[in-house]
Design a protein around this ligand. Sequence first.
Ligand code: GLN
Length: 534
Amino acid sequence: MKYIFVTGGVVSSLGKGLAAASLGTLLERCGLRVTLQKFDPYLNVDPGTMSPYQHGEVYVLNDGAETDLDLGHYERFVDCRLSRLNNLTSGQVFESVLHKERRGDYLGKTVQYIPHVTDEIKKRLYDVTEANDVDVIITEIGGTVGDMEGHIFLEALRQFALEAGRGNVCFIHVTLLPYIKAAGEQKTKPTQQSVARLREIGIQPDIIICRTERDVSEEERRKIAMFCNVEPKNVIAFRDVKNTIYEGPLDLNRDKIDRIVCKRLGLAVPPPDLDDWLSFVDHVVNPEHAVRVAVVGKYISLQDAYKSIYESFTHAGAAHDCRVEIVRVDAQSIEEDGADAHLRGMDGILVPGGFGDRGIEGKILAAQYARERRIPFLGICLGMQIAVIEFARHILALESANSTEFDPETPFPVICLQEEQKHLKTMGGNMRLGACEAEIKPGTLCGKLYGRVIVSERHRHRYEFNPEYRARMEKAGMVISALSREQGLVEVIELPSHPFFIACQYHPEFQSRPNHPHPLFSGLVEAAMAQKAL
Ligand code: GLN
């Protein structure tokens, strides 16, 4: 097994995750089996309890793990299926160490950062090795070298490199080369200093990836190489992607990073075959068609809150040779100005998932607008619950219909808690989480889109379609097009009287991939193109 560790220096938001994922793409296309994991030094056990304002999207895995959004990049850039082992936080490390201490596992010893905490971190590396039949594991360390909270992870990696054999380990440090306009120069000093901090801990990076707006000149490479103690060819330029993040692997490939990594790790493999990736990127960058789709949400100002949804549109658009221009609409502004002011002229409307009651009425207005104006609509999770509430209010004339999440006293609880959720007192990790199978009714729009009867999709929610209202809704024209296989819960609804109105309780965005768009997104883009042509 070969290990690649990716650390970051100088500033956060460097695109370390993208660099790690892009390297994964290249190595996979050299014929290697690759998996990725992330170590996050914060104290939350997982990001599931964090606000999107703190953390961006929570990415959900098949096994129900609520993880960092970088794991979304990993699954999109590399053909791997990740599990809860692939995201380790300080919170998990300490939870486990303290649990062992209380149980008496340490046999009277003083429990210490070294070796007990570092052992716990290394254990995860060994566990991931055991659980994955792969050739290479890429581990990204969250945060910036020099942060106090990340120090213990780096110490664990230093120890691990000795145990695994230095020939099996490659350290990559991602840094920033800031361009100082007044001097007309790109500065290498922050890179030198952050590598110096890494070396203080006992880690000598093998490769330096320099995030840069421009390029890295030969002279700059030589300078960085000398001060950071690496060969000049091991200084890699990672330019700001111009059009799409999917250019990341192509950019890293210019400096032949895969050759350097494979040589370092003694892997004899051919250069990467990037044909399908190139053609995907070409479709993303130069599409023939264009549509405008509104995403009506609560965290619209945040770039990262609906990350996987935006990526899913990129995948679905590329498959249809179509640019999907996403118009981010704040649900509350619809409450203030009315739906028409924000949604007129849209070729499609998507209402994504969410929690809490802010913006709910605006989302309901958006669903009503889509239904009445016959604009293609996709509702996801909360978006499906919204569509059900809207239908109950305006078609069944149950005016105060609601979800008990937003109005516990509603006389018409069309969305409500499942029995087993009612008694929970804590918040972390106890929603309906992860993949489960749904059975699709043949002949429905959903059935046509998937072309299959059994599908497996990922969930993250507490509330459900209330079965007591099912018959009335169906009588009024709603089709329940998929039910969960085990519990018979409503998974997908649609309106056959509408050109494209479909909503699902699960999160299709977590399983969309470049060159494998998700059928529901693909369907929405196709319907939006048809709508535009009207
Ligand atoms: N808040 C809703 C629930 O818990 C929807 C969750 C979501 O959209 N992810 O059921």
